[in-house]
Design a protein around this ligand. Sequence first.
Ligand code: CDP
Ligand code: MG
Length: 724
Amino acid sequence: MSSGDETRKLQHQKMSSDLDTLQLPISGHREKLINAVKKYPILIVTGETGSGKTTQLPQYLHQAGFAKHGIIGVTQPRRVAAITVAQRVSEEMNCQLGRGVGYQVRFDDCTSEDTVIKYMTDGCLMREILADSKLSRYSVVILDEAHERSLNTDILFGLLKQFFHRKCHGKRKATLKVVVMSATLEEKKLSEFFDSCPVYVIPGRTYPVSTVFCNLIGPEDKESSAYVKDVVKVVIDLHTNEPAGDILVFLTGQIEIEKACDLLYQKAEAIDYNYDMQDRSLEGLLILPLYGSMPTEQQRKIFQPAPPGLRKCVVATNIAATSLTVNGIRYVVDSGFVKQLSYNSRVSMHILEVVPISKSEALQRAGRAGRTSSGKCFCIYSKEFWKKCMPEFTVPEIRRTSLTSVILTLKCLEIHDVIRFPYVDKPEERFILEALKQLYQCDAIDRRGQVTTLGKLMIEFPLPPSLTRALIKAASFGHESILLPLAAMLSVENVFIRPGHPDKQQAAILKHQELATKVGSSNDFATLLHIFEECKASVSPSSWCRDYFIHWRALKSAFSVETQLQDILTRLKNNKDFPVEQFSGSRSELLRRCLCSGYFMNVARRSAGKVFCTMDGHGSVVHIHPSSTLFEQEFQLDWIIFHEVIVTSKVYVRIVCPIRYEWVKDLLPKLHEIDVYDLSNVARHEMAEEEVVKLEIPERKDSADSQEGAWGKLQKRNDDRSIM
Ligand code: CDP
Ligand code: MG
């Protein structure tokens, strides 16, 4: 923890900083905001994107002395935002990143003893709550980007609400301050959720934005994948016909963005500037990608003004909608699509897919063009598409995604009644039950819904339960070295480079094939493992990556992730409860068997031709993705497991390996032995018990932390609810 001296030093440095933040809409509200935070335990602050909430408010609170009793923590739903903003604020405060101002995201902790303002992902704060439910290190917790309604932020809302409702924590409740920050979207709903807590509105300045529908995508193109080309066409038209002003393009993900940037580069090169350009003051286009896993040096350029004569064109994911404000944008080009995790009823699975954005999201995107002057938004879609295909509002993540990790977290926090947890928007009960079922199948909870010893080990890993289960299996055999690199490779961005240029594309494909064949039998998991090992063992890992068209940056992160997972595992292996098993067999079998123990819900069997059928009870039809080494080898296969599902024109499974039926034979019944009805009985059972508690044990027992088990906890929960 920093001393008072450190606090003063930072304050002084702030004054000598040359970064101009006085012009931001928030700057006139400093004193009032500080007083409001002093006065209320929970405060909501809203204001237009770019008004200075994220970068300034933590500094104001720091200057007002809030950091004397603990850290000022700020959560972000996106890792890039956490890193970029921390960087910016450390510059504004003139201190080294990681000292006074730091950040922490999954697998990357850039904080120190001196850190007083800490930006982090909401997932990181969730993990901290597991170790310290009172968040005693913090004086202020700021939940930023609340309107995004990310899964973890939503759960944090519920946990903090419960925290303030508890009868215990008396002293702590008086000192912890919570600020919820959001764009002007959800403040009413959130205020109601937090017992009508006050809302501080920072008046914004916005300019009118006119919308142009380019009609390249209509209602029939809902699953179109041509939007990258359409977007490029619109950008080039705009660049040649519209007066100076920077462009912000909204696309769906890293691969699409890289493709668009390649195409834009080619097209922009080909423009004959003497004839085509309307605006003679412009000579060219400065093309800058912006997506989640980008290197930080590159991100800086986004915020710097373009050199004279150049028009800046930032090609971004949704991150630029509210998380990061790029100044000087006059034109927005909206693809109308977003990549999001959602439940796909066609395959009864949660998958990452490209879907039309909501109308409120479209408005938010367009608004980015009207920050400093009036602007224009070019939508590649038609008005019809807007009307028919776009929902009014974005569905909060909690209502469309897999809940396994959060439900396990809640269970570990001894919140047993996950159905009646205070959700801002309650997820559908079947999703909660589905998560309980999967946790049961992974042996993380027992039939009564209680966390098992294994579940307590699993929660320590910042990985999805399936991967954690496989890792613990390998470790129980004493062979974690086979799963650790793989878990790391599956946790970083896509490692394969797909060059834009056709000649290079072919060369890359050949090199990737070479890597796959080195493994011997076809198995995408083994290929990833091989890439990790061979790269690490090479004399120059970065040139090895260049030769094989592999992202060196991704590999570098994988190396670091592996070390961190290894540290967690080493710590847990000292635990007497850590399982120990014997295995004798080949390395290839060992790998696949461990994978089976985590991924057995992702088992499919070839039914006919190239068609596979999942074994999870839904019997969905899936195909092997063309990027897999098993693609076009389907006829030789019988049973497979897969890492993930992608839906485009077909339902594809990606990262696949062949397995033998006998390896999953004993596990598969688990998929069916407990079905949703059974678990809903468990849930109903829980509720029935609570009723009993209410009726039969009238006197209150303050024994939530004692060994009484579920009864004591249920009693306590009822108390909590009675004052809600
Ligand atoms: O959180 P909110 O949207 O209200 O605003 P902010 O993120 O605090 O941004 C305030 C200003 O700082 C904007 O004008 C941003 O463009 C600028 N900023 C920047 O120049 N570089 C960064 N890395 C982050 C913010
Ligand atoms: Mg912000």
